[in-house]
Design a protein around this ligand. Structure first.
Ligand SMILES: [Zn+2]
Length: 400
């Protein structure tokens, strides 16, 4: 499996200036190549290289490998764009949006990611430095920070290119690690994960007995059943940022726009941290208990999380997809079985008797079965249903 490790570089001011000049040259070159590709209708890497390779090197002072990466980056960007167009993601043929996008060449930001291969970038993990090619020559001893876990991953599994990227004046290297596949263990039962807004994730097993046991909210350490990972902190941060955004948007100045962008990234980083923590807890607990994990299939998430503000739906849908992705790769790393289940009626069905009714759920938090009288926190009941479907799904797919 592929895994991405992002480390932050800590360049001196001189080193930062060299990195900036390099990234700018590479992206200026990419924008120039993209414009040429657009006017001449040449989009394939091989064809583009024949057209522009020499000029990219000479005009922008790029080394051979850097020039090749620039050209490939442009070819890849157009391939992605054209795939989006084919899939209809930019609207039907003739639609305003689609025509507008296709009428203009792709433009690369000065700080956009640029790949560096092993000839242009080497890692000194013990010293926590890298040596990197720049337009001013090879630059040694650029410091970076990384956790012990990240260092171990880099040492054992880093492979191929790493991306240099600058965000909000901060420098990062994004390295790809190629890990051997861990065989999936046959699960002893499943834990179901219900996604929501008040509680980002609620976990429960299908075979839980008793009602409302161990409902640790917020920072629950994940023992037993019905653990709710509260969205309180995250929602508070989002709310605070939304207020700030409103004020900044009203200003419409350049500095306000820049600050807005910075805020948005900060919020995304915080949300990713929260998702990482939740995913780690869920997977660690499943690994410890020998269980598999059942996740909702998120295809219909937009319909399920029905909110008045479309912007919020997008935000939450995006966040749920990220959490699902984190859980999936952490589970794969730990050899924990993962099953995606159909989430239809998981919130309305009784996890004790199977009775489905809308009024089984009188309010957001409460589940009370109108048939058998079973009562539980609504999210825990839903998670139990998801766990049960996970067990069925696994049994079906492993029957043969
Ligand atoms: Zn019931």
């Amino acid at each position: 499996m592929k895994l991405v490790v992002q480390v932050r570089l800590l360049p001196t001011p001189e080193q930062a200036a060299a990195l900036e000049a390099t990234l700018r040259a590479a992206n200026d070159a990419a924008t120039w190549v993209a414009a040429l590709a657009h006017t001449q209708r040449v989009f394939r890497n091989y064809d583009l290289r024949r057209h522009v390779y020499g000029q990219v090197k000479d005009r922008y002072g790029l080394a051979a490998q850097a020039a090749q990466h620039v050209i490939k980056k442009v070819a890849d960007a157009y391939a992605t764009l054209h795939a989006h167009v084919r899939k209809g993601n930019l609207g039907r043929p003739g639609s305003v949006r689609r025509e507008r996008v296709l009428a203009r060449p792709i433009v690369f930001r000065p700080g956009a990611a640029q790949p560096f291969d092993d000839r242009c970038l080497s890692w000194q993990l013990d010293a926590r430095t890298v040596s990197i090619w720049t337009v001013g020559g090879r630059m040694k001893g650029v410091a970076f920070t990384a956790s012990a876990d990240q260092l171990a991953l880099l040492a054992a599994h880093r492979k191929g290119e790493s991306d240099l990227v600058c965000r909000d004046g901060r420098w990062f290297l994004i390295a790809t690690c190629d890990l051997p596949d861990v065989p999936v263990r046959a699960p002893d039962g499943f834990v179901g994960v219900d996604l929501g807004i008040a509680n980002i994730a609620t976990t429960a097993t299908a075979t839980a007995t008793g009602t409302g046991t161990g409902t640790g909210t917020g920072t629950g350490t994940g023992t037993g059943d019905g653990v709710r990972h509260s969205g309180k902190t995250l929602n508070a941060v989002r709310h605070r940022h939304r207020e700030l955004r409103r004020r900044l948007q009203a200003k419409q100045t350049k500095s306000a726009r820049r600050l807005l962008k910075k805020r948005r990234r900060k919020e995304a980083r915080f949300a990713a941290d929260v998702n990482h923590t939740i995913a780690r807890r869920i997977v660690t607990e499943a690994a410890r208990t020998g269980r598999g994990i059942a996740l909702e299939d998120l295809q219909g998430i937009r319909d399920r999380v029905r909110l008045r503000k479309p912007q919020r739906v997008t935000l939450h849908a995006w966040s749920f997809h990220q959490l699902g992705h984190f859980i999936a790769y952490k589970a794969a790393r730990a050899g924990v079985a993962l099953v995606h289940v159909d989430p239809a009626y998981t919130s309305q069905a009784c996890s004790a008797c199977g009775h489905v009714a809308k009024n089984n759920r009188p309010d957001q938090e409460t589940f009370a079965c109108t048939s058998c009288g079973f009562a539980e926190h609504a999210d825990v009941n839903a998670a139990r249903n998801i766990a049960a479907r996970g067990e069925t799904g696994w049994a079906v797919s492993h029957a043969a």
